[in-house]
Design a binder for this molecule. Structure first.
Ligand SMILES: Nc1nc2c(ncn2[C@@H]2O[C@H](COP(=O)(O)OP(=O)(O)OP(=O)(O)O)[C@@H](O)[C@H]2O)c(=O)[nH]1
Ligand SMILES: Nc1ncnc2c1ncn2[C@@H]1O[C@H](COP(=O)(O)OP(=O)(O)O)[C@@H](O)[C@H]1O
Length: 419
């Protein structure tokens, strides 16, 4: 027992556990130790006498981990008692990229044994670690108890560790696994993800075949390439169509039309797979841009900024201040992706944007629903847009009439692209 205890504690002793009790404040950070700490009790302000558990995915295969984790919250929400609160949890080594293991912390105020039954089932059938947390002794200290399956299918508590406070890390744990999990900075990295999905998502094969036929894009283009960005209903479609006419340009968009048959399918996938799909969409569009910009200016409706901004805003948990600082490598442009001459970001008040969304009456994407419901998510998307470099976007006030916005943008294009 001692050997196993040391092996696990040895494995986890350099890890910090982070639980998001409230998106407006810092997570609670704790570590594991073989003996109690002299420092204040970890959960003193956030837990009373609830039963607490944690579970996290243990698989070396990042696709399997992403797929399982993607469906886990829905499964827990469906099967756990309503009094059981499901909180985001990360286990990570501070400042070590790719060290993040995502999971959930359960605060169970129910008096039923349903939670333990559901967790026992998960432990028996799925690639998860399950732990329970107990508060005991005069000093009301918390301990973590690792569950294990016995041969006859029962659950036993394998090892017990003291839960001790841990320092707040420099970077929020959710920022440690953005690169190649939420945002892809090379064609090859995105392509590899879909290649690994061919067996579990058959549509990946058709997408890869299209991507294999993509046109090569050149560094430099003969005519200017102008990208129009912005949240849903800021007026991108209206502006790009009138711009195309005014400039005798070619209109493209990302993801390109040829990926439309599979878009809804990949929108249901976890970020790792979904973002790889959108990244490959940008490379397909880049090939089309390279070809079309030989004959005329090109206008693009959404491109890299949309892909990176939505992915970063979705990945970064907690408050707005948890976003990686401006200048961070996550805001960099992929070295192998065609760079446009100009990126314009349409900006609009929330009220006017909601009005236009209603007027247009189209269905909203899942992310747009989120944008509407979640002011914090919208702030993160808008802030991420502003921090992306290579080129950075120029903000345009999209509140005037369609024609006034068009004239304002034509002036900017003439000034910046000498068109
Ligand atoms: N284009 C694009 N959209 C993304 C990406 N990642 C997520 N999305 C989602 O897809 C939505 C936009 O998809 P579009 O096909 O541009 O839908 P649309 O109706 O044309 O959007 P608007 O042009 O904003 O009206 C965004 O609101 C995001 O929710 C990405 O990499 N590229
Ligand atoms: N400058 C504008 N002023 C008022 N309404 C606008 C303006 N631009 C677009 N709209 C209207 O707002 C709605 C959303 O415009 P759309 O071009 O579809 O935005 P996006 O493509 O960014 O989602 C449409 O009904 C459109 O007619």
């Amino acid at each position: 027992m001692a050997r196993r205890m040391m092996s696990r504690l040895g494995q986890w002793s350099s890890y910090v556990f982070a639980v998001d009790f409230d998106t407006n404040s810092d997570p609670i950070y704790f570590a594991l130790a073989s003996k109690q700490s002299e420092r204040p009790q970890v959960f003193r302000n956030v837990l009373a006498d609830e039963k607490c558990y944690s579970l996290h995915v243990q698989s070396d295969d990042k696709i399997e981990r992403a797929k399982f984790y993607g469906g886990l919250k829905k499964k827990l929400s469906k099967e756990l008692p309503p009094e059981c609160t499901i909180l985001e949890m990360s286990i990570f080594q501070p400042n070590v990229k790719d060290s993040v293991i995502k999971g959930y912390f359960l605060k169970d105020a129910s008096k039923s044994s349903a939670t333990e039954r559901v967790l026992g089932e998960l432990l028996r059938n799925d690639p998860v670690y399950v732990c329970s947390y107990l508060c005991g002794g005069e000093d009301r200290q918390w301990s973590q108890h690792l569950w294990s399956n016995t041969e006859d299918g029962w659950v036993e508590v394998l090892e017990k560790y003291c839960v001790v406070p841990a320092e707040k890390p420099v970077h929020h744990p959710s920022t440690l696994s953005i690169i190649n999990y939420d945002v892809f900075y090379s064609f090859e990295d995105a392509y590899k993800v879909l290649q690994q999905c061919v067996d579990i998502i058959p549509e990946s094969k058709a997408v890869l075949e299209l991507v294999d036929q993509r046109l090569e894009s050149k560094e430099k283009t003969d005519f200017p390439v102008i990208v129009i960005e912005g949240l849903d209903a800021t007026g991108k479609t209206t502006l790009t169509e009138s711009l195309t006419e005014a400039l005798g340009a070619t209109l493209l968009k990302s993801p390109p039309q040829c990926l439309s048959p599979w878009r809804a399918r990949f929108d249901t996938e976890p970020p790792l797979i979904r973002r790889a799909f959108y990244a490959l969409g940008n490379y397909l569009t880049a090939g089309q841009i390279g070809q079309e910009a030989r004959q005329a200016p090109v206008i693009v409706d959404r491109y890299w900024h949309s892909t990176a901004a939505y992915a970063i805003a979705t990945a970064v948990g907690g408050k707005l201040g948890n976003l990686p600082q401006a200048g961070s490598e996550v805001y960099g442009w992929p070295g192998d992706l065609l760079r446009p001459s100009l990126v314009l970001m349409l900006s609009l008040s929330s009220q006017e944007r909601m009005r236009r969304l209603q007027v247009r009456g189209q269905d909203k994407t899942m992310e747009e629903e989120e944008l509407e419901a979640n002011h914090l998510f919208r702030q993160k998307v808008e802030e991420a847009y502003q921090r992306i470099e290579g080129p950075a976007c120029i903000t345009v006030d999209a509140s005037p009439s369609p024609d006034q916005v068009l004239q304002q943008v034509l002036l900017l294009i003439r000034e910046k692209c000498h068109l």
